[in-house]
Ligand binder design. Structure first.
Ligand SMILES: Cc1cc2nc3c(=O)[nH]c(=O)nc-3n(C[C@H](O)[C@H](O)[C@H](O)COP(=O)(O)OP(=O)(O)OC[C@H]3O[C@@H](n4cnc5c(N)ncnc54)[C@H](O)[C@@H]3O)c2cc1C
Length: 473
């Protein structure tokens, strides 16, 4: 049972200042901005300062069989850091050191609680020739957390999902043991996961339910002097998506390709939801917007790239609207709080999925139809990743956080959208809630589900790591 003795025991590991079971402190850790279902409760929060301290904490949690949840800012959009079975939340933000930037192999070795602000700040201060791919999430959110959860960045066309930016990991397993995976298990270089058995997968896509990552090497990329963002619009997704797919296959220094519908574009511009039409097509407004980012080493190269991109846009009948400052698109990290701003009720949830690039328009059509059927603004966004090899597609629905009925209604629409898009082969949700895991477990081969369960049990024998989240929980 959780009691003050356990708090005292934990206090001996980190110092009493860094552990608390007091409600005014613990509230932050079960407060969930997208209103998790079920709600969570943080019994104790603790802030370790080293991998050894993390090990001690995990051992104590094992002794008492208390759930333990890794946490950086808890706004990952799937509520996957919400302690839905109570327990100890491990706030990793003291583990935020940038240990090394290797300019030759282009990676940053960071601690598990490093935020985007920590990493960006470090790279700026040390004026390196390298840059990180960054998210649209607020600067105080976690770098490693994002990579582990298949997040995606503004260099996604070059590097793929955040998971593919990971070169190696140091992890405290659910059993309390410390392991290293990747080249770092044999040397001081963290240049990659090759050529050893790729054990990083034991911790990627598990929502912190197999171990706590205490160090990670994250790929950085050359900072090229010439960069341009295009924002283009077209009448419908059916017109815009093929142009983006063509762009994904022509090189041209393109490092990011984003597709949005009218609802998403307006929300990211913080437009008042009630003041924009739910269905732009009825009003003859463009329902496709694309963002294309290209970068180059020389001016001549840049001009040639831009010329070729513009020719493809013209051929595809996409136009650049006037009066929008596209430099804003490269102000990083961009904070997209506008999407859930006051006029939208402050709440939002999503169906975020990976899928084949063939099905972007189809995914959108299904999501749009369902949202409109219930009178909700469909907000759709897709990113084409890894040189056009696959993509992410997602739909958000906003809601008023103070209205339980509206929250329930929004969830219902999203569940129905999820059901509908399951008719498209290959659509798989990431940062998935427990109900989606159940759907997928029924779909996979029984032996696959069994293998996942065995791995989970091996790494977390007492099943205390982030219970209720991740596969095999
Ligand atoms: C407005 C907004 C925009 C966003 N845009 C993007 C975007 O463009 N791209 C994107 O990728 N994400 C985006 N996100 C989602 C998310 O916030 C980011 O991915 C973020 O970087 C993850 O950090 P977090 O602090 O939210 O993670 P948390 O919520 O604290 O953690 C996420 C998950 O990882 C686990 N975890 C955390 N740290 C560790 C660790 N060290 N070891 C093991 N498990 C761990 C947690 O238990 C949890 O399951 C956005 C979020 C918001 C609110």
């Amino acid at each position: 049972m959780i009691n003050s003795e356990i708090v005292n025991e934990l206090g001996k590991v980190v110092g009493e200042k860094y552990v608390s079971d007091q409600p005014e402190i613990t509230f932050l850790y079960h407060y969930d901005f997208i209103t998790a279902e079920p709600e969570g409760i943080c019994d104790i929060v603790i802030m370790p300062n080293s991998a050894e301290e993390v090990q001690e904490i995990v051992k104590i949690a094992n002794n008492h069989k208390i759930p333990i949840i890794p946490w950086v800012s808890g706004i990952n959009f799937g509520s996957t850091a919400t302690p839905i079975k109570g327990g100890i939340v491990v706030d990793l933000r003291r583990l935020n050191r940038i240990i090394e930037v290797n300019e030759d192999d282009m990676y940053a070795l960071v601690e598990g609680g490093t935020t985007w602000a920590d990493l960006q700040g470090y790279l700026q201060k040390h004026n390196t020739d390298l840059r990180a791919g960054v998210t649209w999430s607020p600067p105080g959110t976690g770098v490693v957390a994002s990579c582990l959860c298949y997040g995606m960045f503004d260099l996604g066309m070059l590097g793929g999902t955040g998971a593919e930016f990971i070169n190696g990991l140091e992890v405290v397993l659910g059993s309390g043991e410390l392991v290293k995976v990747g080249s770092c298990c044999l040397s001081d270089y963290w240049y990659g996961r090759q050529p050893l058995p790729d054990l990083a997968g034991l911790f990627i896509g598990w929502e912190g339910s197999t171990g706590i990552v205490t160090k990670a090497a994250i790929k950085l990329w050359p900072k090229l002097p010439y960069r341009r963002n295009y924002l283009v619009v077209g009448r419908t997704m059916d017109i815009g998506v093929p142009v983006m797919l063509k762009l994904s296959k022509v090189g041209l220094g393109i490092c990011d390709l984003v597709i949005q519908n009218y609802g998403w574009l307006q929300s990211s511009l913080a437009a008042h939801e009630k003041k924009i039409p739910i269905d732009p097509l009825e009003k003859k407004l463009p329902d496709f917007a694309g963002i294309i980012t290209t970068q180059a080493y020389t001016q001549k190269q840049h001009e040639a790239q831009c010329e070729a991109i513009e020719a493809i846009l013209k051929e595809g009948r996409l136009i650049e609207p006037q009066g929008i400052d596209t430099d804003l698109l490269s102000t990083i990290p961009i904070q997209l709080w506008g999407c859930w701003n006051f006029s939208r009720g402050g709440g939002g949830q999503w169906i975020g999925s990976y899928c084949s690039t063939r099905d972007i328009a189809k995914f959108y059509a299904l999501a749009r139809d369902k949202a409109l059927k219930y009178g909700r603004t469909p907000q759709f966004y897709s990113r084409i990743l890894f040189g056009g090899h696959y993509c992410v597609a997602r739909t958000n629905i906003n809601f008023n956080k103070d209205d339980p009925k509206e929250i329930e209604a929004a969830r219902q629409v999203l569940k129905e959208i999820h059901e509908d898009v399951q008719s498209i082969d290959g659509v798989v949700m990431y940062k998935a809630p427990p109900w989606a895991h159940e759907v997928y477990e029924e779909k996979t081969l029984p032996a696959t589900t069994e293998l996942i369960r065995k791995i989970k049990k091996l790494l977390d024998p007492n099943m205390i790591m982030n219970p209720g989240h991740g596969w095999g929980s």
